[in-house]
Design a protein around this ligand. Structure first.
Ligand SMILES: Nc1nc2c(ncn2[C@@H]2O[C@H](COP(=O)(O)OP(=O)(O)O)[C@@H](O)[C@H]2O)c(=O)[nH]1
Ligand SMILES: [Mg+2]
Length: 243
């Protein structure tokens, strides 16, 4: 079994409540049904956390609000929603002391969430007997402990375009950057044309116009689509393009 699965399984085993961190802008793309099934099979409680809410539009938040339950909206960056999250955890544990584990794809904000929850003043507690070696817990509330190492979900589908969209595959590491950019434009035409103020529906034309607009040109004054594509993916992944 690949090591990430071992680790994910350990997180599920050690925790009572499992938080699946999702990107509020891309809920479907950042869910992992295989892991959700595992959590349910182990009879652990699954709590969805929509992170990066500061980057998602109000409309987007409205549409996902009732899509998954139980769920909480947060921004780990702005440390918003963490009090509500702790309340929800207490509600789910029926007021009992509980251990929370965190799972999610790369880049969804697992480490930021752990930081936002722990903040100042919370102490790490070392492993106790019966606790799997290597795991530490952080006390974030009198009754809530959080495992300090999140479980990074494997990239299940071999679909680089999807992972580029969620940021699981960083813009600097994408191999076929042009095709990836075209897929993103196809998926998110409206947001991208609105951001760059371009009037077209055709992905190739849109990418070309972005290149001209930002002077991403090859010798001879032709559009340099590769450079434009990388800029687009960077803007997308760093949250410049309103989603
Ligand atoms: N805008 C915004 N960025 C976030 C938020 N949470 C995490 N990030 C950023 O997303 C990137 C990945 O976060 P990280 O916690 O390392 O994700 P991990 O790979 O799941 O542990 C970092 O650049 C974070 O600063 C959030 O709520 N809002
Ligand atoms: Mg991390």
């Amino acid at each position: 079994m690949p090591s990430f699965w071992k680790h994910v399984n350990k997180v599920i085993k050690e925790a009572d409540i499992i938080i699946e961190v999702l990107d509020a802008r891309m809920v479907e793309e950042t869910r992992n049904f295989e892991v959700e099934d595992k959590v349910k099979k182990e009879e652990k409680i699954l709590l969805y956390v929509f992170n990066k809410c500061d980057l998602a539009s109000k409309e987007k938040l409205k549409t996902i609000k009732h899509s998954l339950k139980p769920s909480v909206f947060i921004s780990s960056r702005d440390k918003l929603g963490t009090t509500i999250l702790k309340k929800k955890i207490m509600e789910l544990s029926k007021g009992n002391p509980t251990v929370v584990g965190i799972l999610g794809y790369p880049n969804v904000g697992k480490s930021s969430l752990i930081n936002a929850l722990s903040g100042k003043g919370s102490a790490k507690t070392s492993s106790e007997s019966g606790f799997t070696k290597g795991f530490q817990k952080i006390r974030v509330d009198p009754k809530i402990m959080v495992l300090d190492t999140p479980g990074v979900l494997p990239k299940r589908e071999k679909d680089p375009a999807k992972h580029a969209k969620t940021g699981a595959l960083s813009y600097g590491k994408i191999k076929d950057i042009e095709t990836t950019a075209l897929r993103l434009i196809e998926d998110e035409t409206e947001k991208i044309t609105a951001h760059y103020n371009i009037n077209s529906e055709d992905p190739e034309e849109i990418l070309e116009q972005i290149a001209f607009k930002f002077k991403k040109l090859s010798s001879g004054g032709k559009a340099n689509l590769e450079v434009a594509a990388r800029m687009l993916l960077k803007d997308w992944q760093t949250g410049k393009i309103k989603q």
